[in-house]
Design a protein around this ligand. Sequence first.
Ligand code: NAP
Length: 453
Amino acid sequence: MNEPLRIAIVGAGPAGLYAAAELARLQVPAVTLNVFDRLPCIGGLARAGVAPDHAERRLIIEATEKLARSGGRCEFFGNVEIGRDVQHDELLAHHNAVIYASGAPGSQPLDVPGAELAGCWPANRFVGWYNGHPDEAGLDVDLSGERAVVIGNGNVALDIARLLLKSADELADSDTADRAREAFANSRIREVVIIGRRGPAQASFTHPELRELGQLRDVAIALDANDLAVPGWEPGSFTLMQRREIFERYAGQTRVATKKRLQFRFLTSPVAIHGDARVTGVTLMRNRLDTEPNGRVRAIATGETERLDTGLIVHAIGYRAAPLPGIPFDERTHTVPNDAGRVLADRAGSAGGTYVTGWLKRGPRGVIGSNKQCAAETVRALLADARDGRLTQPAFGMEHFIELLHARQCEFVDYRGWKSIDRHERARADGDAPRRKLCSVDATLRVAGNAPG
Ligand code: NAP
């Protein structure tokens, strides 16, 4: 009988978990799956990116993890970084194929003078901080000012604005990291300004997220009704009609005394960020819109500027993947060049046995569920290659691989270790919170049973 295909999946976020679940579901041919993550925990962006007050969206972790393990041959190797602990060719030498699903964990840089100042944070760092990502646990977030500015018109910007405006009570049933929970509870922020360089019709917000803002307790929403008159509301689009209705409702809100305010500013771009050691303000440029012959609506600076005082700026202008050692990378799109998930070494052919899925494959767009189809396409390509005899046999067994990890003193966390972490975090949650996260790798490793207590 043929040996099962041994497949490595790099990244235990939604993209990797959907690929594992799909392979386990098909089981033709039989597969053994090894899922790697540089953190000791399963979840990726579903754990460290999804907003903590949307904890129900993290259920995807449990559900896909269960499916992936349903075939009985899926192991987890947490706290193993490919490119640091193990190289790509070593991984491939121990597997028939490797699927990269490590996402787009960085942020697009904000190309504005002063963006490097403390108090101006890229979304991936700020979101990682409130979600307990070990790399960001110590981020020096200062919420002592009255105004915060969030740059970008996507759902990440809305998540950040909402979290900044929620009261401690409203966050009680979330899994916000301890430090962030305390900072939010003591926050003096009274106003959040969301800045979009184009108009409301061009924003990337989705409706449930936009409507949710209207339910924030004690928060008035403000926007200039004139901004709703700018072009781009295609008459036949039901989606745009619904969005316009939401904004019209917000623009028409009767002014009542509220403790906090959320302001949408469209047609506005940051052009300079001020401060010495920390941010103290931002200069904003007013834009106008221009429609190009191809229909794309572009923001053009008008030259009219104003200064806004603030001690906190978060820019949520899109996520971005970084190159992985030994893997081709397109520096223009920040994705791995691929054909339906097969990694392309160059124009001439594929990088044998190497596949990609998720944001690393198609860019940082779409909701968590979009990764399901994406993973199915990659898995189809991989299984077709297996059928056509295009995958090579692993040169070594997994015992050899584990010896390699031990020899490199890599303290990897297996699935049992992850389940100990998971149980521990749930057990120490207060009240209705689903879990209280461990926010350092050392503490997580201790709970996983890897290091002395
Ligand atoms: P996004 O949806 O791509 O939005 C990025 C925003 O940044 C756009 O408004 C873009 O404006 C703006 N932008 C880009 N470069 C800029 C610049 N140099 N200056 C000013 N503005 C700039 O990205 P995202 O918010 O990071 O979200 C990523 C994906 O995750 C999306 O598909 C999103 O829907 C999803 N997500 C979903 C949820 C949810 O379902 N609750 C939550 C979070 C994220 P232009 O359009 O003008 O380029």
